[in-house]
Design a protein around this ligand. Sequence first.
Ligand code: FES
Length: 133
Amino acid sequence: MPDPTRRMVVCGLLAGLVAPVSLAACSSKTPAANSGGTPLAKLADVPVGSGAIVDGPSGKVLIVRPSENEVKGLDPVCPHAGVTVSKPAGGTITCPGHGSVFDASTGDRKKGPATTGLTPIPVKISGDSVVTA
Ligand code: FES
């Protein structure tokens, strides 16, 4: 009976030594599976039909929320002369600088003097948050 006992002890030690290594190897893959990007805002803080201007990893981000489960990110800097645009209202985004108007769902230009739309910034919903995509 001394051999089985010794074998059991050795196996137990090996399991105790190998299991953490296996778990560590598995856990290194976990962040990729859960990668949700940089958190920008709680979804609850971005009203449906409007939006919020938040700090992102590379500057301000205008998060618009056209519907309950849809968000888009836009650079809130007006392409005309660099004034920060207003939050969406009534389906449009207006620049207080010189009155350019942009589509609230896409950032596309609807009225100048800006000659282009707002630049998209990839974002997505992750759980109860909006994160970089
Ligand atoms: S800066 Fe926006 S319209 Fe001029």
